[in-house]
Design a protein around this ligand. Structure first.
Ligand SMILES: N[C@@H](CCC(=O)N[C@@H](CS)C(=O)NCC(=O)O)C(=O)O
Length: 205
Protein backbone atom coordinates (compact mmCIF):
# COMPACT_ATOMS: atom_id res chain seq x y z
CA UNK A 1 0.00 0.00 0.00
CA UNK A 2 1.18 3.53 -0.72
CA UNK A 3 1.99 5.54 2.43
CA UNK A 4 2.01 9.32 2.73
CA UNK A 5 3.82 11.01 5.61
CA UNK A 6 2.11 14.28 6.45
CA UNK A 7 1.93 17.08 8.95
CA UNK A 8 -1.50 18.67 9.51
CA UNK A 9 -2.13 21.63 7.21
CA UNK A 10 1.34 21.47 5.62
CA UNK A 11 2.03 21.18 1.89
CA UNK A 12 1.65 17.40 2.36
CA UNK A 13 -2.11 18.11 2.43
CA UNK A 14 -1.92 18.22 -1.39
CA UNK A 15 -0.64 14.64 -1.61
CA UNK A 16 -3.18 13.50 0.98
CA UNK A 17 -6.02 15.01 -1.10
CA UNK A 18 -4.76 13.45 -4.33
CA UNK A 19 -4.58 10.00 -2.74
CA UNK A 20 -8.18 10.45 -1.62
CA UNK A 21 -9.24 11.58 -5.10
CA UNK A 22 -7.53 8.53 -6.65
CA UNK A 23 -9.48 6.25 -4.36
CA UNK A 24 -6.96 3.37 -4.16
CA UNK A 25 -6.08 2.10 -0.67
CA UNK A 26 -3.37 4.14 1.06
CA UNK A 27 -2.05 4.84 4.52
CA UNK A 28 -1.59 8.33 5.95
CA UNK A 29 0.99 8.66 8.73
CA UNK A 30 0.88 11.84 10.81
CA UNK A 31 4.49 12.90 11.30
CA UNK A 32 6.35 15.44 13.39
CA UNK A 33 8.53 17.62 11.19
CA UNK A 34 12.21 17.02 11.99
CA UNK A 35 11.49 13.92 14.14
CA UNK A 36 13.78 10.89 14.05
CA UNK A 37 10.84 8.79 12.82
CA UNK A 38 10.34 11.09 9.83
CA UNK A 39 14.09 11.37 9.18
CA UNK A 40 14.22 7.57 8.91
CA UNK A 41 11.95 7.97 5.86
CA UNK A 42 13.11 11.36 4.59
CA UNK A 43 16.56 12.35 5.93
CA UNK A 44 15.56 15.98 5.34
CA UNK A 45 12.93 15.64 8.09
CA UNK A 46 10.28 17.38 5.99
CA UNK A 47 6.91 16.41 4.57
CA UNK A 48 5.55 15.19 2.26
CA UNK A 49 7.21 11.84 1.76
CA UNK A 50 5.67 8.93 -0.10
CA UNK A 51 6.65 5.31 0.42
CA UNK A 52 5.71 2.39 -1.78
CA UNK A 53 5.39 -1.25 -0.67
CA UNK A 54 8.87 -2.19 -1.85
CA UNK A 55 10.41 0.53 0.34
CA UNK A 56 10.96 3.09 -2.44
CA UNK A 57 10.63 6.60 -1.05
CA UNK A 58 9.81 9.71 -3.07
CA UNK A 59 10.09 13.22 -1.65
CA UNK A 60 9.34 16.70 -3.09
CA UNK A 61 5.65 17.55 -3.41
CA UNK A 62 5.81 18.37 -7.12
CA UNK A 63 7.50 15.06 -7.97
CA UNK A 64 5.09 13.08 -5.79
CA UNK A 65 2.02 14.71 -7.37
CA UNK A 66 3.33 14.09 -10.89
CA UNK A 67 4.14 10.47 -9.99
CA UNK A 68 0.66 9.84 -8.56
CA UNK A 69 -1.10 11.50 -11.50
CA UNK A 70 0.75 9.23 -13.95
CA UNK A 71 0.60 6.13 -11.78
CA UNK A 72 -3.19 6.45 -11.82
CA UNK A 73 -4.14 7.86 -15.22
CA UNK A 74 -7.66 6.50 -14.66
CA UNK A 75 -8.16 9.24 -12.04
CA UNK A 76 -7.81 11.93 -14.72
CA UNK A 77 -5.60 14.20 -12.65
CA UNK A 78 -2.68 14.85 -15.03
CA UNK A 79 -4.12 17.97 -16.65
CA UNK A 80 -3.75 16.47 -20.13
CA UNK A 81 -1.28 14.49 -22.21
CA UNK A 82 -0.32 16.85 -25.02
CA UNK A 83 3.17 18.32 -25.05
CA UNK A 84 1.83 21.72 -24.04
CA UNK A 85 -0.49 20.31 -21.38
CA UNK A 86 2.52 18.56 -19.80
CA UNK A 87 4.51 21.78 -20.00
CA UNK A 88 1.69 23.70 -18.28
CA UNK A 89 1.55 21.09 -15.50
CA UNK A 90 5.29 21.41 -15.04
CA UNK A 91 5.09 25.20 -15.12
CA UNK A 92 2.45 25.41 -12.39
CA UNK A 93 4.09 22.74 -10.27
CA UNK A 94 7.30 24.80 -10.37
CA UNK A 95 5.31 27.93 -9.57
CA UNK A 96 3.92 26.38 -6.39
CA UNK A 97 7.24 24.87 -5.32
CA UNK A 98 9.58 27.72 -6.12
CA UNK A 99 7.50 30.88 -6.09
CA UNK A 100 4.49 30.38 -3.84
CA UNK A 101 5.80 27.93 -1.23
CA UNK A 102 9.11 29.74 -0.95
CA UNK A 103 7.28 33.04 -0.33
CA UNK A 104 5.77 31.56 2.83
CA UNK A 105 9.00 30.41 4.44
CA UNK A 106 9.88 33.87 5.83
CA UNK A 107 6.23 34.19 6.94
CA UNK A 108 6.26 30.94 8.92
CA UNK A 109 9.92 30.96 9.95
CA UNK A 110 11.30 34.52 9.88
CA UNK A 111 14.10 33.47 12.30
CA UNK A 112 15.70 31.51 9.46
CA UNK A 113 16.08 34.66 7.37
CA UNK A 114 17.71 37.08 9.77
CA UNK A 115 20.43 36.81 12.38
CA UNK A 116 18.79 39.74 14.19
CA UNK A 117 16.83 38.16 17.04
CA UNK A 118 14.67 41.19 17.79
CA UNK A 119 10.91 40.92 17.36
CA UNK A 120 11.04 43.99 15.14
CA UNK A 121 13.52 42.44 12.69
CA UNK A 122 11.52 39.23 12.50
CA UNK A 123 8.29 41.14 11.90
CA UNK A 124 9.98 42.90 8.98
CA UNK A 125 11.11 39.60 7.46
CA UNK A 126 7.59 38.23 7.85
CA UNK A 127 6.11 41.31 6.19
CA UNK A 128 8.54 40.96 3.28
CA UNK A 129 7.45 37.33 2.81
CA UNK A 130 3.79 38.36 2.91
CA UNK A 131 4.46 40.89 0.15
CA UNK A 132 6.09 38.23 -2.04
CA UNK A 133 3.21 35.84 -1.36
CA UNK A 134 0.72 38.53 -2.38
CA UNK A 135 2.60 38.93 -5.66
CA UNK A 136 2.25 35.18 -6.31
CA UNK A 137 -1.46 35.23 -5.43
CA UNK A 138 -1.96 38.10 -7.87
CA UNK A 139 -0.37 35.97 -10.63
CA UNK A 140 -2.55 32.98 -9.73
CA UNK A 141 -5.65 35.17 -9.52
CA UNK A 142 -5.03 36.58 -13.02
CA UNK A 143 -4.48 33.09 -14.43
CA UNK A 144 -7.74 31.80 -12.92
CA UNK A 145 -9.96 34.49 -14.47
CA UNK A 146 -12.38 32.67 -16.79
CA UNK A 147 -10.97 29.26 -15.85
CA UNK A 148 -12.51 26.57 -13.70
CA UNK A 149 -9.24 24.93 -12.69
CA UNK A 150 -5.54 25.80 -12.90
CA UNK A 151 -4.97 23.36 -15.79
CA UNK A 152 -7.55 22.10 -18.28
CA UNK A 153 -9.74 20.07 -15.93
CA UNK A 154 -9.24 19.29 -12.27
CA UNK A 155 -5.70 18.07 -11.63
CA UNK A 156 -3.08 17.42 -8.98
CA UNK A 157 -2.06 21.07 -9.40
CA UNK A 158 -5.35 22.24 -7.86
CA UNK A 159 -4.61 20.04 -4.86
CA UNK A 160 -1.09 21.53 -4.72
CA UNK A 161 -2.60 25.02 -4.61
CA UNK A 162 -5.03 24.22 -1.79
CA UNK A 163 -2.76 24.23 1.29
CA UNK A 164 -1.03 27.39 0.10
CA UNK A 165 -4.34 29.13 -0.51
CA UNK A 166 -5.29 28.22 3.06
CA UNK A 167 -2.02 29.69 4.31
CA UNK A 168 -2.81 32.86 2.37
CA UNK A 169 -6.22 33.05 4.01
CA UNK A 170 -4.73 32.65 7.47
CA UNK A 171 -1.37 34.42 7.20
CA UNK A 172 -1.75 37.42 4.89
CA UNK A 173 -3.09 40.75 6.08
CA UNK A 174 -6.51 40.95 4.45
CA UNK A 175 -6.44 37.23 3.65
CA UNK A 176 -7.58 36.59 0.08
CA UNK A 177 -9.84 39.65 -0.18
CA UNK A 178 -7.87 41.00 -3.15
CA UNK A 179 -7.85 37.64 -4.93
CA UNK A 180 -11.46 36.65 -5.64
CA UNK A 181 -10.60 34.03 -8.27
CA UNK A 182 -8.28 32.32 -5.81
CA UNK A 183 -11.04 32.46 -3.20
CA UNK A 184 -13.41 30.85 -5.72
CA UNK A 185 -10.97 27.98 -6.32
CA UNK A 186 -10.56 27.59 -2.56
CA UNK A 187 -14.31 27.42 -2.01
CA UNK A 188 -14.78 24.83 -4.74
CA UNK A 189 -12.05 22.61 -3.32
CA UNK A 190 -13.21 23.12 0.27
CA UNK A 191 -16.69 21.92 -0.74
CA UNK A 192 -15.30 18.67 -2.18
CA UNK A 193 -16.25 15.71 0.09
CA UNK A 194 -12.82 14.08 -0.41
CA UNK A 195 -11.09 17.29 0.65
CA UNK A 196 -13.38 17.55 3.68
CA UNK A 197 -12.59 13.96 4.64
CA UNK A 198 -8.85 14.63 4.48
CA UNK A 199 -9.16 17.89 6.43
CA UNK A 200 -11.12 16.08 9.14
CA UNK A 201 -8.42 13.38 9.30
CA UNK A 202 -5.73 16.03 9.58
CA UNK A 203 -7.60 17.43 12.56
CA UNK A 204 -9.36 20.36 10.91
CA UNK A 205 -6.00 22.06 10.39
N1 LIG B 1 10.79 21.33 -1.48
C1 LIG B 1 10.02 20.51 -0.56
C2 LIG B 1 9.69 21.36 0.65
C3 LIG B 1 8.95 20.58 1.68
C4 LIG B 1 8.74 21.43 2.92
O1 LIG B 1 9.46 22.41 3.18
N2 LIG B 1 7.75 21.03 3.69
C5 LIG B 1 7.50 21.74 4.91
C6 LIG B 1 6.05 21.64 5.31
S1 LIG B 1 5.01 22.54 4.22
C7 LIG B 1 8.38 21.12 5.97
O2 LIG B 1 8.28 19.93 6.23
N3 LIG B 1 9.28 21.93 6.52
C8 LIG B 1 10.19 21.46 7.52
C9 LIG B 1 11.38 22.34 7.60
O3 LIG B 1 11.53 23.25 6.79
O4 LIG B 1 12.18 22.09 8.49
C10 LIG B 1 8.74 20.04 -1.25
O5 LIG B 1 8.23 20.74 -2.11
O6 LIG B 1 8.26 18.94 -0.91
Amino acid sequence: MTTVYYSPGACSLAVHIVLEWIGAPYEAVKSKIGSEELKAVNPNGSVPALKEDDGWVLTQAGAILDYLAHKHPEAGLTGGDSLRAKAEAHRWSSFFTSDMHAAFWPVFMPFRYTTDESAEARAKVKAAGQEIARKQFAALNAHLAGREWILDGRSVIDAYAFPMIRWGQAMLPGGLADFPEVQRLHDKLAADPAVQKVLAREGGK
